[in-house]
Design a protein around this ligand. Structure first.
Ligand SMILES: [Zn+2]
Ligand SMILES: [Zn+2]
Length: 53
């Protein structure tokens, strides 16, 4: 399964081409961000409450 949803905007994305997937620094759950939200510098909030740029 390579289809994921961006944590900031909820869009379906595929990892690669500017889209990223990384573990939360706090709880290690997977965070997915799309290219657009990264460009716009949108904040994300993890399910554990951690938020980052
Ligand atoms: Zn997004
Ligand atoms: Zn977390």
């Amino acid at each position: 399964m390579d289809e994921l949803t961006c944590i900031s905007c909820g869009a379906y994305i595929k990892v690669g081409g500017g889209n990223v997937k990384f573990p939360c620094p706090e709880c290690d759950s997977i965070i997915v961000r799309c290219q657009r939200c990264r460009k716009l510098g949108r904040k994300y909030t993890c399910q554990c409450g951690f938020s980052g740029p």
